[in-house]
Design a protein around this ligand. Structure first.
Ligand SMILES: C=C1C[C@]23C[C@@]1(O)CC[C@H]2[C@@]12CCC[C@@](C)(C(=O)O1)[C@H]2[C@@H]3C(=O)O
Ligand SMILES: O=C(O)CCC(=O)C(=O)O
Ligand SMILES: [Fe+2]
Length: 358
């Protein structure tokens, strides 16, 4: 049983065509392999939320005395929110954006020196969910788990230590913030540290693990006909996303369709992942989201994917299950869940759902 995320896909290799990444800047027309229709993704042509409806995920000031309740409400209704006054230094956000931009600007051949292997977790390549779609996504990514030293040395023979330092600082800040956000949202449901055995010692972050996903969506000649990152939910407890100043992230709501999350300088986007949905017995929504691309501006995002230790059993908090009902989900570790997701993608959550007797 793997206890570190890096081991999760060992023995479950997924072959993805990283080496066929094109030089996006050289394409003046959209190749057929990148042209999406509703046959490739049933939600592709779902209506965008009507312009002027003014509905988007809430922007929450973490210094506001009512922040916990606002976060709880956002987790129940949207499964996502933005945060201001989060305490992460602006300079660090600028540093991680600079690092991400520098990485993707490297020549393809250099990036491929650090390509993610079929059974590996970290490195350069196409999105892991690509294998579930017939068409290609207009993006490239780089996943970091544990120390990026080996990969960064291949990318930047001179500057790798500076860049490793930025990643370390960024992950440290994100860990603290993610834990704070998890407790604020759980507290809003009346759940405290006493109620969750594995996370009782909130100051000891050894119970958590994470991955950093750097994403690049190059300028695209026909943005309306392609997809940057296909609709998915994250398998995490929480994901904290930094996006540069180019819009592209959209969240899906049954009643509204696709809703764009406008970039707000200095703020961070937070979304509920599948494990938090399970832990909250379905009260918090793991939100379907996707990334669209742009004709004139390239887009960068940095997702901090945060979960428990990969061998910790996650199950619905007892307090949130009515005494006369069974929990909505059976218990599952993050490692098991990631592997279920790697095989069954968007059916993973329903596969661990308990079926109630009628
Ligand atoms: C820990 C992880 C979550 C993730 C798979 C991964 O192993 C590292 C990358 C993550 C990511 C980012 C883009 C969307 C996503 C669905 C994917 O294909 O890779 C998520 C995965 C996830 O949350 O399930
Ligand atoms: O780029 C974005 O806005 C979304 C990225 C994302 O969903 C992810 O990395 O999981
Ligand atoms: Fe995501």
């Amino acid at each position: 049983m793997p206890t570190v995320l890096t081991d999760v896909f060992r023995g479950h290799p997924i072959h993805l065509p990283h080496t066929h990444q094109p030089d996006f800047t050289s394409l003046s027309e959209l190749p057929d392999s990148y042209t999406w229709t509703s046959k490739d993704d049933p939600l592709f042509t779902a209506p965008p939320s009507p312009p002027g409806a003014g509905e988007s995920i809430p922007l929450i000031d973490l210094n506001h005395p009512d922040a916990a309740n606002q976060i709880g409400r956002a987790c129940r209704t949207w499964g996502a929110f933005q945060i201001a006054n989060h305490g992460v230094p602006l300079e660090l956000l600028q540093d991680i954006e600079f690092l991400t931009g520098s990485l993707f600007q490297l020549p393809v051949q250099r990036k491929l020196k650090a390509a993610r292997s079929d059974a590996g977790f970290s490195g350069y390549g196409v999105a892991r969910i690509s294998s579930f779609f017939n068409k290609k996504m207009w993006s490239e990514g780089f996943t970091i788990t544990g120390s990026p030293l080996n990969d960064f040395r291949k990318l930047w023979p001179q500057l790798h230590l500076n860049y490793c330092d930025i990643v370390e600082q960024y992950e440290e800040q994100m860990q603290k913030l993610a834990s704070k956000l998890m407790w604020l949202s759980l507290n809003s449901l009346g759940v405290s540290e006493e109620d969750i055995k594995w996370a009782r010692v909130s100051s000891d972050l050894n119970w958590a693990q994470s991955a950093l996903q750097l994403n690049h969506y190059p300028v695209c000649p026909e943005p309306d006909r392609t997809m940057g990152l296909a609709p998915h939910t994250d398998s995490t407890l929480l994901t904290i996303l930094y996006q540069n100043n180019t819009a592209g992230l959209q969240v899906f709501r049954d009643d509204l369709g696709w809703v764009t999350v406008p970039p707000v300088p200095g703020s961070l986007v937070v979304n509920v992942g599948d494990l938090f949905h399970i832990l909250s017995n379905g009260l918090f929504k793991s939100v379907i989201h996707r990334a669209r691309v742009n004709q004139t501006r390239s887009r960068l995002s940095v997702a901090f994917l945060w979960g428990p230790r990969s061998d910790t059993k996650i199950s619905p908090v007892r307090k949130l299950v009515s005494p006369d009902e069974s929990p909505l989900y059976r218990s599952v570790t993050w490692a098991e869940y990631l592997r279920t997701k790697a095989t069954h993608f968007n059916k993973a959550l329903s596969m661990i759902r308990n079926h109630r007797e009628k």
